[in-house]
Ligand binder design. Structure first.
Ligand code: ZN
Length: 470
């Protein structure tokens, strides 16, 4: 009997000769259209046969690497930490493909009984036969194995064997409907249907697994951005989606903030140049800010979980330098610091040259709850025309900056959404207070006349206005 290595060496040499001839003689270009199809069919068959041997070898390597004694493991003896590393190094495949080989091996391998030492049937015996016969390859095995292995509990071995048999027959083209052999994708669809039918427990076990896998993490900052990654439970994702939708839905006429002046109707509707992902980021920022000031979140040291930003007051006044947030090293721009300070609380700390705290100011709470309610009543939402973010989601902007001595008075505060507040310096809109009434001047490309116009979306004030006109 020839050894495994001798046999495969012979095979590789033969394949090498054939492939060399194909390229040398230009056989692909010379073949007819019909022959291209036949060629692909044959190559698929060859690939499936090679898959079957590869899966079998990975399966054997796994079995020989399972010992609890490290020195007894095949992988350890050959200097590898895991089966995956060993297979990657020997085959030059990537970790994903090796992971797939390992999963296919688990579904089709025949283990040995620890009691009798006899070979046990594979988890999916009919799929194993189809694999050995070259009827399915790696993709086909996984198409069946993955949906069926997701069945957590409550499925009898008999029921699983029926599914295995029916699906393997479909893969061979021997199903009762007389359909040709199923490709991996169709096989997967059918296997999923079987999994749903067999899953007596419904969605519950799936949810238990999902609960374990739920995650949300912030990565290290790079290029001024912090990556966010995670897996949300479906209802959490749906809630977030609702928040995006609520603050991003296209504003229907009459719903957005409007100029109070009647002649403003000739101004074209302002357009939003943000892309959808950018808008979603800003909606998320607005939701976080609204939650932080809602008073319904747990407190830290007795205070609401507000963002703390430190900045040198000279830098803030001169507009040059950097600010920092607590707990991160990534610096913030002064625009960001001004934004946070404008909407939040400012406390001045004077440090000496040696770093000693010389003077500690008290918290200057910017706009209390009563002022906020009154401003919300007056403005009704973000005052930038066409924006439409509702009052509950808005921040209060100091029209004359707090750092510039602007008072914390309703006559100096207007509602802005996170986006318009953050970028008020550069988006071309100007805001002023005219005897306690907010007025907005649009950039020239929106309003060529660049007039100051009073704004509101407060239903009460809009109604008053209509009543006065009639
Ligand atoms: Zn806005």
């Amino acid at each position: 009997m020839k050894s495994l290595v001798d046999t495969l060496c012979e095979l590789v040499a033969q394949v090498g000769e054939v492939v060399d001839a194909v390229h040398r003689e230009g056989l692909v270009a010379a073949a007819t259209d019909a022959d291209q199809a036949v060629a692909l069919e044959l190559l698929g068959r060859l690939g499936r046969r090679v898959d079957a041997v590869a899966i079998e070898v990975v399966s054997e390597v796994t079995t020989r690497s399972e010992s609890v004694v490290r020195e007894e493991r095949l992988t350890a003896r050959l200097g590898c930490r895991s089966v995956s590393e060993f297979v990657q190094r020997t085959t030059r495949l990537g970790p994903q493909t090796v992971g797939r080989l390992e999963r296919a091996a688990r579904a089709t391998r025949r283990g040995r009984s620890v009691f009798s030492g006899e070979l046990e049937p594979a988890a999916l015996p009919a799929m194993r036969e189809a694999l050995l016969d070259g009827e399915v390859g790696l993709d086909g095995v996984l198409a069946v194995a993955e949906p069926l292995s997701s069945l957590v509990s409550g499925v009898s071995r008999e029921a699983l064997l029926v599914a295995d048999q029916v699906l393997a027959a479909g893969a061979r083209g021997e199903g009762p409907d007389g359909a040709p052999p199923l490709c991996a994708d169709l096989l997967k669809v059918q296997a999923r249907v079987w999994a749903v039918v067999l899953d007596q427990d419904g969605a519950e076990p799936r949810e238990r697994q999902a609960l374990l896998k739920r995650a949300l993490t912030l990565g290290p900052a790079r290029d001024g951005l912090v990556p966010i990654q995670g897996r949300l439970l479906p209802e959490v994702a749906a809630q977030l989606q609702r928040i995006f939708d609520a603050s991003l839905s296209p504003k229907v006429a009459g719903d957005g903030v409007r100029f109070v002046e009647a002649d403003a109707s000739d101004a074209p509707a302002p357009h939003d140049d943000r892309r959808r992902p950018q808008q979603q980021h800003d909606a998320f920022a607005g939701a976080l800010a609204a939650a932080a000031v809602s008073g319904e979140l747990p407190t830290i040291g007795g205070a609401a979980p507000t963002l703390v930003v430190s900045v040198r007051s000279e830098d803030l006044e001169s507009g040059h330098g950097w600010a920092h947030t607590e707990g991160t090293v990534e610096p913030l721009s002064l625009t960001a610091a001004r934004h946070v300070g404008c909407a939040g609380v400012v406390q001045r700390v004077t440090l000496g040259d040696n770093g000693r705290i010389l003077r500690l100011g008290t918290e200057e709470r910017v706009f209390n709850r009563y002022q906020r309610r009154a401003i919300a009543l007056r403005d009704g939402g973000c005052i930038i025309p066409g924006c439409g973010v509702p009052a509950g989601w808005c921040e209060i902007h100091h029209v004359t900056g707090h750092a510039l001595g602007g008072p914390t008075h309703t006559d100096n505060g207007v509602l802005l959404c996170w986006y318009h507040h953050r970028f008020i310096d550069r988006n071309g809109w100007s805001i002023r207070m005219n005897r306690g009434v907010p007025e907005v001047r649009a950039p020239s490309w929106i309003d060529a006349r660049m007039l100051w116009r009073p704004v509101t979306r407060s239903p009460t004030r809009l109604r008053d206005r209509i009543v006065r006109q009639t």
